[in-house]
Ligand binder design. Structure first.
Ligand code: NI
Length: 177
């Protein structure tokens, strides 16, 4: 079942999410719903708070394979990279964000196994973007204050439930998370 993606301005996006304590049928159903929601929105990542569930869980599929990250943490970062980023909770908004270029992340998968992933490029960016969501941090928090002031009107429109895309077409949204 597809779930509604919360947009900027909705409270759960700003809350600190709680660790997942049990991997049960409810959690598996949530993950299934989240994948359906993410693919339908042409996203490469989706965090549980974006569907209104404040649990430390996100999904990523950058085109290689679907990945589930439960209780994730970043254990190491290196380098720096500025890249344009989008977010499914900010329809139509894309901004340049600086983040570490490479990360090593650790998480638990849906079978309860702990795994570690070394990532660069889009995967590294997606992991950091999604992990931020679990701490109530949004990508606009990582751009300059001056730029944020310039975007005030756009952000107000998104908070009012509008999309910045002229025809609300998701074709441009291939790298949103
Ligand atoms: Ni996002």
């Amino acid at each position: 079942m597809k779930r509604r993606i919360l947009h900027y301005g909705e409270e759960p996006l700003r809350q600190e999410s709680k660790p997942v304590t049990t991997i049960d049928d409810d959690l598996r159903a949530l993950v299934k719903d989240m994948f359906e929601t993410m693919y339908q929105a042409h996203g490469v990542g989706l965090a549980a708070p974006q569907v209104g569930v404040n649990l430390r869980l996100f999904l990523i599929d950058t085109g290689n394979a679907p990945m589930v990250f439960i209780n994730p943490e970043i254990v190491k970062t290196s380098g720096k990279e500025i890249c344009e980023e989008g977010c499914l909770s900010f329809p139509g908004l894309r901004e340049k964000v600086e983040r570490p270029a490479r990360v090593i992340a650790r998480a638990t998968d849906l079978e309860g196994k702990e795994f570690e992933v070394q990532a660069d490029g889009l995967l590294a960016r997606a992991i950091q973007h999604e992990l931020d969501h679990l701490d109530g941090v949004l990508f606009i928090d990582r751009i300059s204050k001056a730029r944020r002031i310039q975007l005030k009107r756009d952000l107000e429109r998104i908070a009012a439930g509008e999309s910045l895309e002229p025809d609300d077409d998701a074709d441009q949204a291939d790298e949103e998370a």
